[in-house]
Design a protein around this ligand. Structure first.
Ligand code: NAD
Ligand code: IPM
Ligand code: MN
Length: 371
């Protein structure tokens, strides 16, 4: 019997709703695959602010660091939107990414055959899309200094941030991206703004240099504005995309919509983890936020979080059979025609978050042991 400790960070809004479902899915999958999970729920984001006054309590980060993997729901909400920066839920999220040193964020956008109708793109454009966005997660403008507010010489209030990348940060995310592309179709597109930004000029130079270590991977470069356009024009041209923190944030939300809904997209954030062949817990979370507009109404799509749990098993724990069991259960549930509102199309059955979760549980249970 294998044992893992998992830190659960439900967070805010729909976070607790989707985490509760994903936890049950992990528990059942474990019991069927000979794995015992020891779950520890910790406060984070707005709920931690309300509880103890900070968005990432020391105890939460310590528990995360001491566990084998971390599963996060979502954080944020109107209530805390006007807080000072250090008291924002989002700051807690950046702190845990930094604290766990998870610099590589994998965001797969896969159009499932069952959901082609849910995509806003035409069938022939959406069908068969399978893009992996590799987003740099602990650098760039999110963390760059100097940053802040000041008053300029005209007495005008100014807000400022710095887009900054060191060569080593680019090299390590590039290597993760080349390794990822190598296991996929062998095509890597690096997205930057090297026609304008110095940080992007260095990015392009370093990615090109690292490419020499991967002669089997075909490297191309694209400016981010063009990439945003190409993603909706012809997404099938992309296999693996590597990009900086902020471009990856934006492009992955855009890519999610090709698949039908942001409620479908999982992610894995890795640092000292499997991909880099040293130990340390990965952070797994859906790419969506706390969806305050539908929170507490049992309307959230839990599949992005359930698929994040599958990524946790695959990338975080190397439990590939268990991961496949969850992925198959999701496909099976969609095959049965169940849909939450965000992926609903005529002829399918509209269900809530809980009912979708229960259906996935039944499918997890009925999967024959992954061959
Ligand atoms: P959002 O992703 O929360 O919501 C955008 C839209 O998508 C909303 O209409 C929402 O209802 C819908 N949506 C999102 N997830 C869904 C799901 N699982 N099922 C069905 N519909 C879903 O983005 P936002 O509205 O810009 O941000 C809301 C809050 O979440 C903000 O406080 C923001 O900072 C935070 N946020 C947190 C994370 C995170 O925790 N990783 C990510 C993004 C945004
Ligand atoms: C995401 C979110 C976060 C980000 C925010 C909430 C800090 O949008 O995980 O994509 O920008 O990384
Ligand atoms: Mn985002």
């Amino acid at each position: 019997q294998k044992r893992y400790s998992i830190t659960l960070l439900p967070g805010d809004g729909i976070g607790p709703e989707v985490i509760s479902v994903a936890k049950d899915v992990l528990k059942l999958t474990g019991s069927l695959e000979g794995i015992e999970f020891n779950f520890q729920e910790m406060p984070m984001g707005g709920s931690a602010l309300d509880l103890v006054g900070v968005p990432l309590p020391d105890e939460t980060l310590a528990a995360a660091k001491n566990s084998d993997a971390v599963l996060l729901g979502a954080i944020g909400g109107y209530k805390w939107d006007n807080n000072a920066k250090h008291l924002k839920p989002e700051t807690g999220l950046l702190q845990i990414r930094e604290g766990l040193k998870v610099f590589a964020n994998l965001r797969p956008a896969t159009v499932l055959p069952q959901l082609v109708e849910a995509s806003t793109l035409k069938r022939e454009v959406a069908e068969g899309v399978d893009v992996m966005v590799v987003r740099e997660l602990t650098g760039g403008i999110y963390f760059g200094k100097p940053r802040g507010f000041r008053t300029d010489e005209n007495g005008e209030e100014v807000g400022f941030n710095t887009e900054v990348y060191a060569a080593y940060e680019i090299d390590r995310i590039a290597r993760v991206a080349f390794e990822t592309a190598r296991k996929r179709q062998g095509r890597l597109c690096s997205v930057d703004k090297a026609n304008v930004l110095e940080a992007s000029m260095l990015w392009r130079r370093r990615v090109t240099a690292i490419a020499e270590e991967y002669p089997d991977v075909e490297l191309s470069h694209m400016y981010v504005d063009n990439a945003a356009m190409q993603l909706v024009r012809n997404p099938k041209q992309f296999d693996t995309i590597v990009t900086n923190n902020i471009f990856g944030d934006i492009l992955s939300d855009e890519a999610s919509m090709i698949t039908g809904s942001i409620g479908m997209l999982p992610s894995a954030s890795l640092g000292s983890s499997v991909l880099t062949k040293s130990r340390g817990p990965g952070l797994f979370e859906p790419i969506h936020g706390s969806a305050p507009d539908i929170a507490g109404q049992d309307k959230a799509n839990p599949l992005a979080t359930i698929l994040s749990a599958a990524m946790l098993l695959k990338y975080g724990l190397e439990e590939e059979d268990a991961a496949r069991r969850i992925e198959n259960a999701v496909l099976d549930t969609l095959n049965k025609g169940l849909r939450t509102g965000d992926i609903y199309s005529t002829g399918t059955k509209l269900v809530g978050c809980k009912e979708m979760g229960e259906a996935v549980l039944r499918s997890v249970d009925s999967q024959v042991h992954a061959a």
